[in-house]
Design a protein around this ligand. Structure first.
Ligand code: SF4
Ligand code: SF4
Length: 464
């Protein structure tokens, strides 16, 4: 156990790291080599143990909640690999999220950063209509030649936006928002009735993936309802410490999805699923409901805690749900010219570390005839996507991605399969960066050519 006496609090308010949570760290260091930022920089301050130590020092008033502390907490991917590695059961994800809430409340960021954070976390993500409006503008930028012009003119480089702009996903022609309120009947005998969670940005960038998910579910005997009124899960806000907004979003989703009886609430986004399963962290039983009502609009005490537990118990990642239920649809052989389709699987951090779902996606991939699954080294290490990390910490994110692409290439796989839209975008950026910098003659083993979600692979194989 940690040696310090129980501290007097240097953090303020309700959302703060709790002594009983961070004191579980026995400083053994077993998590260090599992931490991407420690592997990258080799600094104790950028390791899980070092970050927990800094939380304790701030809480006990021995370290200022200032620039240095904020830098090391910002540089954490919140990938939670340290949680899986930890023998003491430290819930690091919970700790870093409330630490970021402390930073949000007690630290003044640069004015431009503050403005950007407000625009994204408060003014954009919670509002589906605004997401659609911004997406339409971006679509014009991407398709009118403006994007090419901005790249060719050197403008993006001048403003340091070149790498970030390349991470922008292509905006869909049709948005998934138009599917809200619809019900898709099961094919064959109905085996389950599920509610589908469509995400926020995914509704304007991953409509095809969401449609594929519905097709795979219905082909496997599920009636799929896409409830109207659903909003962003709140993951990006919660990870950034903007917990008031995350709570408001959680309240709306709980109201919408608990209105009817479903066998499960299904998502294809590991990052969303992890937060949806942990809504109770946003409404802890001991949270002072009166104070919380003022400071973090929408919290109604014990009633919300109970509701969050009821809601989270229903949430399933689509891979977990299908693997548990068993595939009923007939699958065709997807081998090419007599050779198996060689694929490798990249674990999404919030599926493997956040939700502890490791075998289900692999089981589904292996169920597709004509597929050969080759494991890459360190498949459960982050790809560097991590919510908005690739935008806020672009250099570190790309260095982590570089290592990931080397490991993926070492398998000789044609495709990388994963289970989270954010990882798909990051890995696709990895492929295009490699294609741009490495000729096939130079490459010992070329990087895979495409990135697919597990359900997209299943969708390709299903005989309708
Ligand atoms: S969440 Fe990831 S980046 Fe952060 S300390 Fe843990 S392993 Fe390191
Ligand atoms: S493995 Fe767990 S107990 Fe050991 S240093 Fe890391 S967080 Fe602390």
């Amino acid at each position: 156990m940690a040696t310090q006496a129980e501290p007097t609090s240097g953090f303020t308010g309700d959302d703060k790291p709790q002594w009983e949570d961070y004191a579980r760290c026995v400083h053994c260091g077993l998590c260090l080599n599992h931490c991407p930022t420690y592997r990258l920089w080799g600094l104790e301050a950028d390791s899980p143990r070092g970050r927990i130590r800094q939380m304790l020092l701030v809480d006990t008033g021995q370290l200022e909640l200032g620039d240095v502390f904020v830098k090391h907490i910002d540089q954490c991917l919140d990938c939670r690999a340290c949680e899986t590695a930890c023998p003491s059961g430290v819930e690091y994800g919970k700790l870093v999220e409330v630490t970021r809430a402390q930073i949000e409340q007690n630290y003044r960021r640069a004015p431009f950063t503050r403005l950007l954070r407000r625009l994204v976390f408060e003014d954009l993500l919670p509002h589906p209509l605004r997401i659609a409006a911004v997406a339409r503008l971006l679509r014009v930028y991407q398709r009118s030649g403006l994007a090419m012009l901005a790249r060719a003119s050197g403008l993006l480089k001048l403003f340091g936006m070149e790498q970030r702009e390349r991470l922008l996903p292509p905006i869909d022609s049709e948005f998934f928002f138009s599917r809200l309120g619809k019900t898709y009947p099961a094919q064959g005998t109905q085996r389950a009735r599920v509610a589908f969670f469509g995400g926020c940005l995914a509704q304007v960038t991953f409509t095809a993936l969401n449609d594929a998910t519905i097709r795979v579910l219905t082909a496997n005997g599920c009636e799929v309802v896409v409830p109207d009124g659903q909003v962003c899960c709140g993951a990006l806000c919660a990870h950034a410490g903007v917990r008031g907004t995350a709570r408001e979003l959680a309240m709306k989703n709980m109201d919408v999805f608990l209105r009817e009886e479903f066998d499960a609430i299904v998502t294809n986004a590991a990052g969303c699923g992890s937060t949806l399963k942990e809504y109770s962290h946003l409404f802890p039983a001991g949270l002072d409901s009166e104070k919380a009502k003022d400071k973090h609009r929408g919290h109604k005490g014990a009633e919300s805690t109970e509701k969050a537990q009821q809601f989270s118990a229903k949430v399933r990642d689509v891979t977990e749900f299908l693997a548990e239920m068993g595939l009923a649809a007939t699958l065709r052989d997807v081998s090419r010219d007599g050779a198996p389709l060689r694929v490798t699987y990249q674990d999404s951090c919030h599926l493997v570390h956040g939700q502890k779902v490791k075998d289900a996606p692999r089981k589904l991939i292996r169920a597709v005839p004509g597929v050969e699954l080759v494991e890459m080294p360190l498949a459960d290490y982050c790809c560097g996507s991590a919510g908005v990390y690739n935008v806020t910490q672009t250099e570190a994110s790309l260095a982590i991605l570089e290592e990931k692409m080397r490991h993926a290439a070492s398998t000789g796989a044609h495709a990388i399969i994963t289970a989270n839209p954010g990882c798909i975008l990051q890995l696709r950026a990895g492929i295009s960066r490699h294609s741009a910098t490495t000729s096939s003659a130079q490459a010992e083993k070329p990087v895979p050519q495409e990135v697919l979600h597990v359900v997209e692979l299943l969708d390709r194989a299903i005989i309708t």
